[in-house]
Design a protein around this ligand. Structure first.
Ligand code: NAD
Length: 419
């Protein structure tokens, strides 16, 4: 397989094929899950505030509903494609299976640069997507959530759009997670992915004999996942020595003041211009020696071209598919402990499941309950994967994929192959 710049779909297909080969998966079963169960392409034409019509494509992939309704976020970027959405929906199938929630895998994409939109125009685009996609959403079908380029405000508009079209105050069950708390969101959802990333890092430190309080950390991407992971790491006593975002990089060997940087980025939109550290090119982020590196930006960032620069004991994949298979092999040969994406960043979908339960059962959960359950599920799943990987002498990625795929296969067997 080409090892540089592999797409997310190529990586997802490669991971599935490799795992299927290792567990000698029956071909008829493999064929059932090699491709998505359903894909939908939509054309949106929202009218913006100044009267212009913004034409764009949107994509939905329901990869699998073997273990439950499809679950997965809405990615809004200028470059998202159907292939990317399919690859991400496959990864969601393994992630929901591994973390043990009764969901399948799904994903959506809106191909538009939302960063250039005013908040009113973004709302127009999101409502246009919600109107067009509504018949593909539902608590028994597909439940979207935020992903790159979308946030809880957008999920609030989707929720409103659906209940508005029904003429009801609430929806019948949970149609979308990651909503504002005041309209059914769950406390702790925003920080869940980042905190979950850190819980797996702390668990890895325990296995590797690294003291979290003495750990220096480098983070690529300072959005939801990167910034929340940074905050939690600081709480645990670790030092964040470098971060980057799309605008550039920032280095401070003494430790970056994360709370100040969070305030700065929420005011100015990026880390550019933050003066308590030295600016550096964003490409240099993988050159900084550290105990732990967290890629928390986008896919295919660690490639065979730049993997040689990495000097870290742990790589915690906050982003989805940040490492190409060729780079992954090199990291493994070098003995770097990689916490794979489907384990590392599964905290978000786990808390989304709690939001789904809360809304379905008209229950209210306190943040302490949410954080407690998140901690137990992330550390428990880490332990399951670690034990499996040790017993089979394989990497954490291969162990995660085998556990996840075997559960999906068990679901297919339990349902039966007949329609
Ligand atoms: P986000 O849009 O909030 O943040 C993305 C960050 O990455 C931004 O700071 C952006 O500037 C930065 N970035 C983009 N390209 C970059 C580059 N080339 N170099 C450095 N920085 C770059 O997105 P997010 O929600 O934090 O998601 C980040 C990753 O985590 C994605 O891969 C997403 O699929 C994955 N993920 C997110 C969640 C979640 O709950 N938000 C859950 C699971 C996985």
């Amino acid at each position: 397989m080409d090892t540089v710049n592999n797409s997310i779909l190529q990586i997802a297909r490669y991971n599935l094929q490799q795992t299927a080969d290792r567990i000698a998966l029956d071909e008829a079963v493999l064929n059932r899950i090699a491709d998505p169960k359903e894909t939908i392409e939509l054309r949106l034409s929202p009218v913006l505030k100044d009267g212009r019509v913004a034409n764009m494509s949107a994509f939905i992939s329901r990869h699998s509903d073997i273990l439950g309704p499809a679950k997965g976020g809405i990615r809004m970027t200028s470059s998202v494609t159907m292939d990317e959405v399919i690859g991400l929906s496959m990864e969601m199938t393994w992630k929901t299976s591994l973390i043990g929630v009764p969901f399948g895998g799904g994903k959506s994409g809106i191909r538009y640069d939302g960063t250039s939109l005013s908040s009113e125009d973004k709302e127009r685009v999101i409502r246009s997507f919600a109107r067009s996609a509504k018949r593909h959403f539902g608590p028994e079908l597909y439940i979207p959530a935020p992903d790159m380029g979308t946030n809880e405000r957008d999920m609030g508009h989707i929720r409103d759009c659906i209940s508005y079209s029904e003429g009801t105050s609430i929806t019948k069950g949970c149609f979308v997670t990651g909503k504002p708390i005041i309209i059914g969101g769950i406390p702790g959802r925003r920080a869940a992915t980042g905190k979950g990333v850190v819980y797996t890092i702390i668990a890895a430190c325990g296995k590797l004999g690294i003291e979290p309080q003495k750990m220096s950390v480098v983070i690529q991407g300072f959005g939801n996942v990167g910034s929340e992971a940074a905050r939690e790491l600081v709480t645990q006593g670790a030092k964040i020595i470098a971060v980057s975002d799309v605008s550039g990089g920032l280095l401070n060997e003494q430790g970056i003041d994360i709370e100040e940087l969070v305030k700065y980025t929420s005011q100015y939109g990026s880390i550019e211009g933050f003066d308590r550290g030295d600016p550096m090119p964003k490409e240099s982020i993988f050159n900084i020696p550290c105990e732990c590196l967290i890629p928390a930006a986008s896919g295919s960032q660690i490639t065979t071209e730049n993997v040689g620069q990495i000097n870290a004991a742990i790589i915690a994949e906050g982003a989805n598919a940040p490492t190409t298979p060729g780079a992954d092999d090199i990291l493994n040969n070098r003995g770097i402990f990689v916490i794979p994406d489907i384990l590392c960043n599964a905290g978000g979908v786990f808390v989304s499941y709690l939001e789904y339960v809360q809304e379905t059962q008209h229950e209210q959960m306190m943040v302490e309950q949410v954080e407690n359950r998140l901690y137990k599920r992330m550390t428990g799943t880490f332990e399951t994967v670690y034990t499996y990987s040790q017993s089979k002498g394989m990497t954490m990625r291969n162990a995660s994929m085998e556990i996840a795929l075997n559960r999906v296969v068990d679901g297919i067997t339990a349902r039966g192959l007949l329609p």
